[in-house]
Design a protein around this ligand. Structure first.
Ligand code: NAD
Length: 477
């Protein structure tokens, strides 16, 4: 049954559901796109008249929302109604690592996906194509299909019919809109040619034919996990070489340039930094580890688990290094942290390296002044599991007398440098590459350190100043 799609429902208005559906609505003005979520606050923010209050920061997203919202793009909590009206339903809910029970710490928690499948089974009408957009373990489509098939049998009189497709999302936060507009590829996995064609036709509104790949459903599910595992592995690889560079006098950027010219290796994703973060890389590798163990392949599991273990070690290595340079103690010392998001151009802090590094420093008694242009201090509070020390600005200047670790949020980097012993750059926000180092240097307590964990501070602007400078993966200074 070749179905022409007029009404899409996306369950989950998060970092994937929101931008993905915005781009579909923008490129397919004849299709009505309803994005639904159980989280009322999130939906309210999506509907806010102030576009700075959207729940997700992505360059270019606000413009699309302005163009399409309440025209053919709608955000609401009306899950039931929109499932009933949809020809095609995207499942785009969270799939975090299980915290307890079988597979805890590794397997993905599929309770939200299962809940969605049950809602779809209950409220869908007629023939509906269900698309897995969430990243899922191989064989999840089977679970969804089993639930939907049970509904087909139980409601034979209602002519219910479902087809399940896998259409994993490869966007990267921070560049989501560009990635969605100009994808390297779109992957559609499934068994039913007509259903595949219906989804294919939607993407053909803006994606070139040769970039839309069809696979079987299991290859599609596994390809997404594999892509993230390879990307994370590359980050850990270059960070491991960075540590060796620091020890030997080499410079990881020179090594990266040298190997990146080899066309078999390629030059992308070779920036040493604080280690990978974001909601996906760790979770998806752990999922791969779980699947490998489950299918009796412990060597495969150990291989991939090593990538996650290395990443955690690397983050703690950085906190230890900072403490060591500051004479072995940071107790009562003021340190400015620049950047809390896991990467630039997003407000997402999930699994951000800044969390481990800041927690370590606070544990050692440091007083952190944390700056990030887009992250809400309330989110930092949740991530650090510690309340901001004082909201009274006057007290902020008395930190040198405090010995217990804590943190403040700040919007002013220059003011926060006053009396600080170190500046640590953790996120590559563009503005951190353009700071007034002369002024900052005047404010810092000497001897002071600048730790550039993202290689974005221009050394020529620092070298004449009375500052110690450390850069990730650089053993040459
Ligand atoms: N964030 C990324 O960069 C990225 C990239 C590619 C793939 N993915 C995958 O996409 C999926 C979603 O990720 P995300 O970052 O958008 O997650 P998210 O946590 O930002 O959003 C998920 C949303 O789903 C909602 N939800 C959960 N259960 C629901 C239900 N039964 N009915 C309605 N709404 C429900 C939640 O309230 C939440 O708002 C995950 O599987 C993730 O691995 C994420």
């Amino acid at each position: 049954m070749n179905k022409s799609i007029k009404n899409i429902c996306c369950i989950g208005a998060g970092y994937v559901g929101g931008p993905t559906m915005a781009v579909i609505a923008d490129n397919c003005p004849d299709i009505t796109v309803n994005v639904v979520d159980i989280n009322k606050d999130r939906i309210e923010s999506w509907n806010s008249s102030n576009l700075n209050e959207l729940p997700i920061y992505e360059p270019g997203l606000d413009k699309i929302i302005e163009r399409r919202r309440n025209k053919n793009l709608f955000f609401s909590n009306k899950v039931q109604e929109n499932i009933s009206n949809a020809d095609m339903i995207f499942i785009s809910v969270n799939t975090p690592t299980k915290k307890k029970g079988l597979g805890a710490g590794k397997a993905s928690d599929l309770k939200w996906v299962e809940a969605c499948a049950r809602q779809v089974a209950r409220f869908a009408k007629g023939y509906t194509i269900v698309v897995e957009k969430s990243t899922l373990p191989v064989k999840t489509a089977e679970v969804i299909k089993t639930i939907l098939e049970a509904a087909e049998l139980n409601n034979a009189c209602k002519n219910l019919k479902f087809e399940v497709l896998s259409n994993p999302e490869f966007l990267a936060e921070g560049t989501a809109i560009n990635d969605l507009e100009f994808p390297d590829r779109v992957l559609i996995g499934g068994e039913n040619e007509d259903a595949i064609l219906s989804l294919h036709k939607i993407y053909r509104n803006w994606v070139p034919e040769e970039k839309i790949l069809h696979t079987n459903i299991w290859s599609s599910e596994l390809a997404k996990l594999t892509a993230n595992a390879f990307l994370a592995q590359r980050i850990s690889s270059i960070n491991s070489i960075g540590a060796l560079c620091e020890a030997t006098g080499a410079d990881v950027r020179e090594v990266a340039r040298a190997i990146g010219t080899d066309s078999r290796i390629g030059s992308k994703f070779l920036d040493a930094g604080p280690g990978f973060g974001g909601s996906c890389f760790k979770k998806d590798i752990l999922n791969l580890v779980y699947l490998s163990e489950y299918f009796g392949l412990p060597e495969v599991a150990n291989f991939w688990e090593g990538i996650v273990k290395f990443n955690t070690w690397h983050q703690h290595r950085l906190s230890r290094l900072i403490i060591k340079k500051l004479f072995g103690t940071v107790s009562g010392k003021k340190i400015c942290i620049l950047g809390f998001a896991f990467k630039a151009n997003t407000n997402d802090t999930r699994e951000s390296a800044a969390i481990n590094i800041c927690k370590d420093l606070i544990e050692e008694g440091a007083i952190l002044f944390i700056h990030d242009p887009k992250v809400d201090p309330k989110q930092i509070e949740i991530d650090l599991e510690k309340k901001e020390k004082y909201s009274n600005n006057k007290l902020k200047n008395q930190t040198q007398t405090l010995s217990e670790g804590g943190w403040y949020s700040t919007k002013n980097i220059i003011d926060s440098s006053d009396g600080a012993d170190a500046i640590v750059v953790l996120t590559e926000w563009e503005e951190y590459g353009q700071l007034d180092w002369e002024e900052i240097s005047r404010k810092l307590r000497k001897p002071a350190w600048v730790f550039d964990v993202r290689s974005i501070i221009p050394y020529d602007k620092i070298k004449a100043l009375d500052l110690n400078f450390w850069k990730i993966g650089d053993g040459s200074k």
